[in-house]
Design a protein around this ligand. Sequence first.
Ligand code: HEC
Length: 145
Amino acid sequence: MRRTVLTLIAVLIAGTGALAHQGVTNPAVMARMHGMTLIAGHLETLGRMTKGQQPFDAAAARAAAAGIAEHAAAVPALFQAPETDAKSEALPVIWERYDDFTRLSAELETLSAGLAQTITDPADLGPAMSALAAGCRACHRDYRQ
Ligand code: HEC
C-alpha cells in the first residue's frame, strides 16, 4: 500500500524539472502549468517527509498542504479561458465540463486546507498523501492527456 502510494506520487510529480515547460509559447498555458508545478512541489515535500528523506516537521507539512490549497484555489482562474499550446496536456473537454473541472479543484482545495489544520504527527502523512494523490488523479484522469 505504502509503496503503491509512493509510486503514484512519483508519477504525479514527474516532469516538474526545469525543462518541463520548455517550448511553451502561450503565456497563459505557461502560467497554469507553473501553478501545477508549484502544487507538485508541495506534494513532493510531503512525499519526502513520508519516505523519511526529510525529517518530519508539522509546521512545514502544514505549510505544504496550505500551499496546495492556495494553488488549487487559483485553478479556476488559470484555466478559465480555453487557451492552447502545442505542449499543453490539457484536454478540450475541460471547457465542455468546466463546472465539473472546477468542482475537482475545489475538492482538492478543501481537502488540502483541512490537512493544513490537522497534520500533527508523522502517522498523518500516509493517509494525507493517499487522499491528495486521489485528488490529483480524479482530475488528471479526465482532463489531462
Ligand atoms: C482540477 C483539475 C486538476 C487537479 C485537481 C490537479 N491537476 Fe495537475 N493538471 C491539470 C491539467 C488540466 C494539467 C495540464 C495543463 C496543461 O498542460 O495545459 C495538469 C498538469 C499537471 C502537471 C504538469 C505541469 C507541466 O509543467 O506541464 C503536474 C506536475 C501536475 N498537474 C500535478 C498535479 C498534482 C501533484 C496535483 C494534486 C496535488 C494536481 N496536479 C491536481 C489538472 C489538475
